[in-house]
Design a protein around this ligand. Structure first.
Ligand code: AMP
Length: 397
């Protein structure tokens, strides 16, 4: 069966068409600037086929129409008819406490996505637009929603409750939800297979432009670093990660900014970008450090120190540690970041093999020494494939 994966943003739409027979991506692309001047579709297919289309697209339904046209295009297409698409899998940000696993989309699921708009104000409306657009152009195709928050719903109250008046949890739903759940779940499944036992204590480090860690016991999430929103946790590309909440009030009063403006600054102008005063991209921060830029050096220290502290905290929370897995852009590609995170964790039984670590880039493998008590792995994440597998399981006939 061929499955179409849709990841809709407020003015963008990413897609992949995956042939589940062999789990191969046969086409993928991106529509940008939906509803704004300069709408553009970039469609990729085959080895290195590329087709671009710049036409006005007033909404997501128009964009979906062009995506389906591209997929069926005489020269650039990969299917003869949309009937070949057996099901559609949608990436959805927030399912709150009501949705704990991937699910076939019906009116109830749509209403839950709508209900959690206050907790995912940028993503949930866009995800709904993507679903409605697909339903409009392919009304008879089954659709599945795969939620970023679902994997973390196994966290116990001690991990998800914030120490604020309980009414804010009960009435407003304020608690830790966690994000990147599809990636953490995919990695949890893969590492469980590699370890060859269902019983394990694993810290998953999803380190990219956005970063989050999770503590997984027997493949289930016990804790995660992101919270009510993806701002909490470790230092990220442009996000500050955790800080004293009084900082918001302090800056707001001193700088005459609203709380919303301060939180925007914490989301978009902080993190690696703010400390290095150079870039939100880890590669650029390393270049700066190599050139002797002290700000870049301290940025790298802050970043690795923060990640290391979470690993220690999660080992304590789980009462042990069998494996650490690195994934996402930095985790998969950057041996220096992995080395600095693991440095000093020997007391936990973590011993890297420096040569294996250095040699591994963008591929799977073990980077710990044979006598390391804790196995350290690099496993590339694949959220689209995880969504496609769920979609096949729920909608495949
Ligand atoms: P992601 O959000 O998962 O796409 O990850 C993006 C981040 O990965 C950016 O900070 C990139 O600088 C970082 N990244 C990708 N490749 C490398 C690399 N070879 N070395 C260091 N960082 C990298």
């Amino acid at each position: 069966m061929k499955i179409l994966i849709i990841n809709a943003g407020s003015s963008s739409l990413k897609y992949q068409l995956i042939d589940m027979n062999g789990e191969k991506v046969i086409a993928k692309g991106l529509v940008e600037r939906i509803g704004i001047e300069g709408s553009k579709l970039t469609h990729r297919y085959g080895q290195d086929g590329k087709y671009e289309l710049t036409v006005p697209m007033k909404d997501h339904t128009a964009a979906m129409g062009h995506v389906l046209d591209a997929l069926q295009h005489k020269e650039h297409g990969v299917i003869q008819s949309i009937d070949e698409i057996g099901a559609v899998g949608h990436r959805v940000l927030h399912g709150g406490e009501k949705i704990t696993q991937s699910t076939l989309i019906d009116d109830y699921v749509m209403s839950v996505i709508e209900e959690y708009i206050p907790l995912g104000p940028l993503h949930n409306p866009a995800n709904l637009m993507g679903i409605r657009a697909c339903k409009a152009v392919m009304p008879n195709t089954p659709m599945v929603a795969v939620f970023d928050t679902a994997f973390h719903q196994t966290m116990p109250p001690k991990a998800y409750l914030y120490g604020i008046p309980l009414k804010y949890y009960q009435e407003l739903g304020i608690r830790r939800y966690g994000f990147h759940g599809t990636s953490h779940r995919y990695i949890a499944g893969e590492i469980t297979k590699r370890l060859g036992t269902p019983h394990s204590k694993v810290v998953i480090c999803h380190l990219g432009n956005g970063s989050s860690l999770s503590a997984c016991v027997d493949g289930k999430c016990q804790d995660t670093s992101m919270g009510l929103t993806p701002l909490e946790g470790v230092l990220m590309g442009t996000r500050s990660g955790s800080l004293d909440p009084a900082v918001v009030q302090f800056i707001s009063e001193r700088e005459g900014m609203t709380a919303t403006q301060v939180v925007n600054m914490l989301n978009k102008q902080s993190g690696l970008l703010a400390l290095s005063q150079r870039s939100s991209d880890m590669r650029d921060v390393y270049v700066g450090a190599e050139e002797g830029d002290e700000k870049c050096k301290v940025t790298l220290d802050v970043w690795a120190y923060g990640v290391k502290k979470y690993i220690g905290a999660y080992a304590a929370a789980m009462g042990g540690l069998d494996a650490i897995v690195f994934t996402a852009g930095i985790g998969e590609n950057d041996y220096r970041s992995r080395a600095s995170v693991c440095e000093g964790l020997e007391f936990l039984g973590v011993k890297l093999d420096p040569d294996k670590n250095k040699a591994l880039r963008g591929a799977e493998g073990v980077i710990s020494a044979p006598d390391s008590k804790v196995q350290v792995w690099v496993i590339p994440t694949n959220e689209e494939l995880a969504i496609a597998r769920d979609t096949l399981a729920l909608a495949g006939k």
